[in-house]
Design a binder for this molecule. Structure first.
Ligand code: FAD
Ligand code: NAD
Length: 499
């Protein structure tokens, strides 16, 4: 992210696109673009980019791009699909850039290689216009491809997915069934298997998902609306029965109801969203979801990390911790485009919530003896489920230390709960560090630094395995990772939460 000039926020961009200004220089015409034509528009002041076969004039957008002009220029006059997918495939560019649409590619573009890397090779700049080609799986992977079957009784229809995976669990199964459209996604490592069908007949709203962990069998049980014999399960939809890389599968959304909104601090709220009865979704520890709303007529998407209703470990007894609710701890920025709109939501209103994403793996903690959590501001959110998981389910852990950076005492999220937890569990310790403390603050002061980290992040024993998780504003995370490396911690010992 780069700092944007004043007057170049997302809201300013939305205003500009709605102003009626000719954003393409084509006076509203949409043209067919050849590869040569595309390549000619490769300068800042005349920059076209192709994303999934559609060409956009991004010159007017340059100063509004949160990633900066240089990032956009990497795909100037070329295909930016891979670059876009690597950085933020969740951003709805169709909506954001619709006024900048120049047209479609005239020729069927050449598919670029699929593997992602952090730097875009020349080869990747080749056009791959349409959606990336599905990866052709090798023979061994084919054997692992899940399969499905279905059967019915008078009142029920059961779709059975044989995942061929041991250790299948509720977090790996995402099911939605709305308006006769059944979508069942199974996560198998980095791959995604999808059953996507327009059902033969209507079903009731509530669905049941049963998982047999040992053999990896997933049953989706649907209740028929009418007790009539179905001739078939339904019509397959576009991605039905496909097994592709997770990163190639588009995000899917469902509308969730806002059921409560409570204050955590002066500017941060805990929102409770209720999933529809027709959805089965559990957000794994360390992962985030995307929220989508229409703001000033444009679809805007932002990531948020679900937390628990509260920290104390007896939470299993609490209502609403049943998988049907998602809790989000969100800081409302006074000039924040998305959070202001979120804050205006009333109890009973709906908001779209995506499938979970993120690359944190629980196994990273399961093999550690010392766990250090470095959080700044709302960077605390991934630490909530992580803490809970670590202290309730990881028996090999000896110490769990949270170093929590905030501006002032009033900004500390769940301070009381954290202090209670430290009293309750002797393995857990919390340290607050303030960057803008008042005179009375007797605790630690300052921002993240090498000396602070060398004081707090120490292996309890030389032979102990350590994991350090870090999350906060990008400069905080980047500096923190660098200091940790300078202190001798390896890449494998550090997990940084980023977008
Ligand atoms: P914008 O309109 O984008 O910005 C307006 C102003 O708000 C800025 O000028 C700045 O002053 C301030 N501001 C906005 N964003 C930031 C920022 N990131 N850091 C510092 N100041 C900022 N936020 C949560 O509150 N809870 C979460 O659980 C959470 N999870 C996240 C998970 C991931 C993976 C990522 C990448 C971000 C997460 N965020 C979370 C941040 C969130 O996605 C938004 O960036 C944030 O809510 C601001 O959006 P906005 O549209 O209101 O602000
Ligand atoms: P904030 O502005 O209140 O700052 C909290 C603390 O962060 C400060 O006291 C300071 O110690 C540190 N800090 C802030 N800016 C810094 C800088 N430039 N260099 C070094 N340290 C700095 O924080 P906030 O408004 O709550 O923002 C939290 C951030 O965490 C947001 O940027 C959000 O996007 C990010 N976040 C990321 C994830 C994720 O998974 N990637 C999840 C949640 C939040």
């Amino acid at each position: 992210q780069v700092p944007l000039k004043p007057g170049r926020s997302l809201m300013d961009w939305i205003r500009l696109t709605k102003s009626g200004k000719d954003m393409t220089g084509l006076k509203g015409r949409v043209i067919e673009v050849t590869e040569d034509e595309l390549a000619r528009h490769n300068k800042k002041e005349d920059c076209w980019i192709c994303i999934r076969g559609f060409v956009y004039n991004v010159t007017p957008y340059m100063e509004y791009h949160p990633g900066g002009e240089d990032e956009l220029m990497k795909a100037a006059g070329a295909d930016g699909t891979d670059l876009f997918d690597q950085v933020h495939r969740w951003v709805n560019y169709e909506s954001m850039l619709k006024e900048c649409l120049v047209g479609r590619m005239a020729v069927k573009p050449i598919a670029a290689p699929k593997e992602f890397s952090s730097t875009l090779s020349e080869e990747k700049k080749k056009l791959n216009g349409m959606r990336p080609e599905k990866k052709v799986l090798g023979a061994s992977a084919k054997d692992l491809t899940p399969s499905y079957d279905w059967f019915q009784t008078e009142s029920l229809v059961t779709v059975v997915i044989y995942t061929k995976q041991k250790g299948m669990n509720a977090e790996l199964v995402i099911v939605d069934c709305e308006d006769k459209q059944l979508r069942g996604e199974i996560i198998v490592d980095d791959y995604s298997y999808l059953v996507e069908v327009d059902l033969d007949r209507a079903v009731q709203e509530d669905i049941t998902v049963n998982i047999t962990e040992k053999v990896g069998k997933v049953e989706i049980i649907l209740k028929k609306k009418d007790n009539i014999n179905w001739k078939m399960l339904g019509q397959p939809l576009e991605s039905h029965n496909t097994f592709i890389k997770r990163t190639d599968r588009g995000l899917s959304y469902r509308k969730c109801k806002l059921v409560s909104k409570t204050e955590v601090t002066h500017d941060t709220k805990l929102l409770c969203l209720m999933l529809p009865k027709s959805t089965h979704l559990r957000v794994p520890t360390g992962q985030h979801v995307y929220l989508k709303q229409i703001v000033a007529g444009t679809e805007v998407v932002k990531p948020y990390t679900p937390v628990l209703p509260f920290l104390m470990l007896d939470f299993k007894e609490t209502p609403h911790h049943d998988g049907a609710h998602i809790y989000l701890m969100i800081k409302i920025y006074s000039c924040g485009l998305f959070t202001q709109a979120l804050d205006n939501l009333q109890i009973g209103d709906y908001i779209s919530v995506s499938n979970p994403e993120g690359n944190f793996k629980k196994s990273q903690i399961q093999t550690s003896e010392d766990l250090f959590l470095l959080a700044a501001g709302t960077g605390f959110t991934p630490m909530v489920k992580l803490l809970n998981f670590a202290l309730t389910e990881v028996s090999c852990l000896r110490t769990v230390k949270l170093i929590f950076f905030n501006k002032t005492e009033d900004d500390i999220l769940w301070r009381n709960q954290l202090e209670q937890l430290a009293l309750k569990d002797e393995r857990f310790e919390v340290q607050f560090v303030l960057s803008e403390p008042t005179k009375d603050w007797v605790g630690k002061q300052g921002k993240i630094s090498s000396s602070l980290l060398s004081e707090f992040v120490k292996r309890s024993r030389k032979d102990f395995k350590v994991l350090i998780c870090i999350c906060g504003p990008t400069p905080f995370t980047e500096q923190g990772v660098q200091y940790l490396k300078d202190l001798g911690y390896s890449q494998e010992e550090i997990h940084a939460f980023t977008a």
